[in-house]
Write a protein that binds this ligand. Structure first.
Ligand SMILES: [Zn+2]
Length: 391
């Protein structure tokens, strides 16, 4: 963040200089043009056969000198700007890492099946964002075999979202009507909110639409119980249609933010109905990676300084724990209470016969012949009785 602020300060300086130079150039060129026009008009008025008088000559000479001086000044100002602009470049180089090659030595992603997975994730990202033609091209180029079944939900969601952006509620209403029971089961208020928007749009139409709005309010019947209070507000607003909602206590109903929100609510509820995450796996990985890079870069630097680069050689684990916050916490992790290590595929959590859990490495280390004494309760059991735990 500090890096961004430092660069922003440099950018602000440059913008400030740009403004000064721009204002000066605009003002001076306008003045010059005006002078030139004046002298041109004056010359036009002179009879053609007459030679240009000495007064005009000296005026012209003065003006030419002025033009030359000002253009030289503008061009030197322009040259100075170059150095300010290059300062921004230097600030970026100084404050941001440009060489991240040390972060990507890891060959984890090189295997063909991993590359295929990455391509699939990128393809899904395009599908989610409605860039269907790009997703199709990538499918062909990368030799992916994405089934139409995978594409269809995204095509539908995008179609509905683009209609919502154009304030067309119909496709979304049809979709929610078809999935009403399942939406209801996940306590979604999407359908109610769509009807609410439609109702408000009718109210905006003024007194001519009042009756239509009243008739439309029948659509609220299935939601009467859950949204009683909101419905009371909507019905109350009907009284103010004649004087206009914008002059009534119900002016908040017209807030355009409702249209922005409805897109988000639709995406959230539709994704959860289809068993998809709200954000695409690609953006989640990218954001998590960006958040983790400074910490990884620092530790790599320290390792290089202390000449212990070999420490970070494991492909599937990081040298330090990086906390990305709750947003990026998806499932439980197991850390072995004995070795204080996070469990991995090769060193999973094992449940002993007594019910306590330790990692497989600890189990192997603590086993004595065919017996292991639990480090928590003194119950002895056989290591073969221990069962792998799955989180
Ligand atoms: Zn135990």
């Amino acid at each position: 963040m500090d890096a961004c602020l430092t660069v922003e300060r440099e950018v602000d300086k440059v913008l400030g200089k740009f403004n000064v130079v721009n204002n000066y150039a605009d003002k001076e060129t306008d003045l010059l043009l005006q002078n030139l026009q004046e002298i041109q008009e004056e010359l036009m008025q002179c009879p053609t056969e007459e030679e240009i008088g000495s007064q005009h000559m000296s005026l012209l000479k003065d003006l030419m000198k002025k033009v030359k001086d000002i253009t030289t000044k503008i061009s030197s100002d322009h040259k100075e700007l170059h150095s300010s602009v290059s300062k921004v470049g230097k600030a970026i180089d100084k404050n941001f890492y440009s060489d991240l090659s040390s972060m990507s030595e890891d060959p984890t992603m090189d295997a063909p099946e991993k590359i295929k997975l990455i391509n699939e994730v990128i393809c899904e990202h395009f599908l989610r964002h409605g860039m269907l033609d790009i997703a199709d091209s990538l499918t062909v180029d990368a030799g992916l075999d994405l089934e139409n079944q995978m594409k269809e939900p995204f095509i539908e969601i995008n179609h509905i979202l683009s209609a919502l952006k154009e304030k067309n509620l119909q496709p979304a209403l049809q979709w929610t009507f078809l999935h009403r029971e399942r939406l209801e089961a996940q306590r979604s208020s999407l359908e109610f909110k769509l009807h609410r928007l439609k109702f408000i749009e009718l109210l905006k139409g003024g007194p001519e639409k009042q009756l239509e709005a009243l008739v439309y309010s029948r659509n609220f019947a299935p939601f009467a119980e859950r949204h009683e209070q909101e419905l009371q507000i909507l019905m109350g607003s009907l009284l103010f249609v004649r004087q206009g909602l914008e002059n009534s206590p119900y002016v908040h109903l017209l807030d355009p933010v409702s249209w922005l929100e409805i897109g988000d609510i639709f995406t959230r509820d539709a994704c959860s109905l289809l068993g998809l995450s709200i954000d695409s796996p690609l953006s989640v990985s990218l954001n998590a990676g960006c958040a983790a890079i400074p910490a990884l870069h620092n530790i790599k630097h320290v390792m290089q300084q202390r000449q212990c680069t070999g420490v970070w050689c494991s492909n599937d684990e990081l040298p330090i724990e990086i906390d990305l916050g709750n947003e990026y916490r998806y499932h439980s992790l197991f850390a072995c209470p004995i070795l204080r290590q996070q469990s991995t595929e090769n060193n999973p959590a094992m449940r002993l016969a007594c019910g306590h859990a330790i990692s497989r490495d600890s189990l192997n280390k603590l086993s004595n012949g065919n017996k292991i004494k639990c480090p928590y309760c003194p119950i002895e059991s056989s290591p073969s009785e221990a069962k792998q735990l799955y989180f």
